[in-house]
Design a protein around this ligand. Structure first.
Ligand code: GUN
Length: 285
């Protein structure tokens, strides 16, 4: 079994970006600027947003983190987003999810200007992925595809199984695997006889949001296992994935650890998207 080192792949992407960004002041007179908005104090979001700011620093990207109180109204947040859309000094904009319950995530996502949507969550960017027209690509699915490529795993002709059907991970990664010529089965926690499905997988992507749900008996020998989970082990309280690492790892050809697998790749792809938004804007001038 080989551990897939997302930290290392992510570090090399960020190094490449830092070199590229270092040439921008001379070429364009400034560096890319990413604005990250956090509403409230969700503990996971506090960590993610901090890590995004750190990654910006590593790449030489300007970062502004805006922290708004939990009780911010939906309209006030939408107004803030509209102002940032109109601000020409802002290239990339994201609002960290989840949001407090009184704020519609759908409204927030569709209010962010498509050209600044570094998350790739805007309906037009989602449509672009499914219709193969120009779009911002969502970070976690893109990160998974890059991890597979870095491991020398070509999805072409392989059977890929994706557990989880969210807009953020399951659906887009299934589409990307399909476009890479894998044969894709999209399933979920309610799939009947899930183990009989997952045992077919040569590539297994687990984004179900349920701690340690995939166990060794569900995986065939030689499978490449990508664990998108970020959960707490109900017994120990420690950070763990959707995959029961101890029973799955001995059977897998390669597997992502949690933490240190997919997570760092999401952020590396976010940095790439920020540079892409910046360059798209420069090229339109
Ligand atoms: N919450 C969990 N993952 C993400 C992400 O990729 N982007 C945003 N905006 N919020 C998230």
């Amino acid at each position: 079994m080989k551990l897939i080192d997302g930290k290392q792949v992510s570090a090399s992407i960020k190094e490449g970006l830092a070199e590229q960004v270092a040439t921008f002041p001379e070429k364009y007179g400034r560096v890319p600027h990413l604005v990250v908005v956090r509403v409230g104090e969700d503990p996971a979001s506090v960590v993610y947003v901090r890590n995004k700011a750190k990654a910006c620093e590593a790449c030489g990207i300007q970062n502004t983190t805006l922290v708004l109180p939990e009780e911010t109204s939906e309209e006030a947040l939408l107004e803030k987003i509209r102002a940032l859309n109109a601000d020409d000094s802002v290239d990339g904009l994201l609002v960290q999810l989840p949001l407090p319950r009184h704020i519609s995530e759908a409204k927030v996502i569709e209010t962010i200007d498509q050209s600044k949507d570094v998350d790739g969550f805007h309906p037009y960017n989602v449509a672009g992925l499914w219709q193969k027209t120009p779009h911002m690509s969502p970070c976690t699915p893109q990160g998974i595809m890059k991890l597979l490529a870095a491991e020398g795993v070509d999805p072409k002709g392989k059977r890929a199984v994706v557990i989880g059907r969210s807009n953020i991970v399951g659906l887009p990664v299934a589409k990307m695997l399909l476009d890479a010529n894998a044969t894709v089965t999209l399933c979920h926690t309610r799939t009947v006889d899930l183990p009989s499905v997952t045992r077919q997988a040569e590539i297994l992507v687990v984004a179900a949001g349920r701690a340690k749900m995939v166990t060794g008996d569900m995986v065939s020998p030689g499978c490449v296992v990508i664990d998108v989970g970020m959960d707490r082990d109900p017994e120990t309280g420690k950070l763990c994935g959707d995959v029961d690492f101890d029973s799955v790892a001995p059977k897998a050809a390669a597997i992502t650890p949690v933490p240190g697998g997919v997570g760092p790749m999401t952020i590396a792809c976010l940095m790439e998207n920020t540079v892409q938004c910046f360059l798209n804007k420069q090229n339109k001038r």
